[in-house]
Ligand binder design. Structure first.
Ligand SMILES: [Zn+2]
Length: 247
């Protein structure tokens, strides 16, 4: 009886460990993602012409990428062993705890990489292990700042628009950044509303206004509104950027 039981247990253990290894191998399979897409692909898919980043199937699924409908890459079976990685919380600033944007805490924020630049106040980011409600690739509208228009289809390029756009490209493109959120997560175009922090702890939204590359945008309320208004006044008083006499 005892021997029977132990050989059964042994067989069971063997079965479980073999299937765990198989499922592990499934998650370790290599697939590919692109710089800006939200799908993962098989090697050779036409979608990989512009960029091709190898990633394990488990990681792709965990990061929120879905399978490409053209190349139909393998998907993880229901019971596949995906190591649970806790999703980071959505860090929202709170002026009751922090008076200034400079006090917000990087370790509590969501890490991201700036992969594309749209204009002075809008960029695209890739977010590994994105929190709930956030996708692996997002367009971000910086909260509380409005830079002069450069890409509007029907408006002319506004004065200082190019400079503001270049300032943001040089400051953020290709950089690892940290995202913090406010009351509203998205605007009416579905863009993610965020404060972007650089690795040195600087709030880039506030920096744009302080250096005179943008206005405090106060049509929609946000928690650092008073601070951003003050920064705009300072930039204006010191004739920085777009407040300068001869630009
Ligand atoms: Zn594909």
């Amino acid at each position: 009886m005892i021997r029977k039981f132990s050989s059964f247990t042994l067989a069971l253990c063997l079965f479980l460990s073999v299937s765990a290894v198989c499922r592990g191998a499934e998650a370790d399979l290599m697939v590919y993602v692109t710089n800006t897409g939200e799908r993962y692909h098989r090697e050779g898919c036409s979608s990989l012409r512009r960029s091709r980043i190898p990633i394990s199937l488990g990681e792709a699924v965990r990061s929120g990428y879905g399978p490409c409908s053209i190349c139909k890459p393998p998907s993880l079976s229901e019971n596949a062993l995906i190591p649970e990685e806790p999703r980071p919380p959505l860090y929202r600033v709170n002026v009751a705890e922090l008076a200034l944007s400079a006090e917000a805490e990087l370790p509590r924020m969501v890490p991201a990489e700036v992969i594309d630049h749209v204009d002075g106040d809008t960029v695209r980011v890739r977010i590994q292990n994105a929190p709930d409600q956030v996708g692996p690739v997002e367009t971000i509208r910086l909260i509380g700042v409005d830079t002069p228009e450069t890409v509007h289809p029907s408006k002319p390029v506004e004065r200082f628009g190019k400079e503001a756009s270049n300032f943001t490209r040089e400051g953020l493109l290709g950089k690892s950044v940290y995202l913090a959120f406010d009351w509203d997560l998205r605007d009416r175009y579905g863009r993610l509303l965020a404060y972007i922090y650089t690795g040195d702890g600087r709030c880039f939204n506030a920096f744009l206004i302080r250096e005179g590359y943008g206005f405090a945008y106060t049509r929609f309320p946000f928690q650092f509104m008073e601070e951003f208004r003050t920064l705009e006044r300072q930039a204006r008083d010191e004739k920085r950027g777009l407040w300068g006499d001869n630009s």
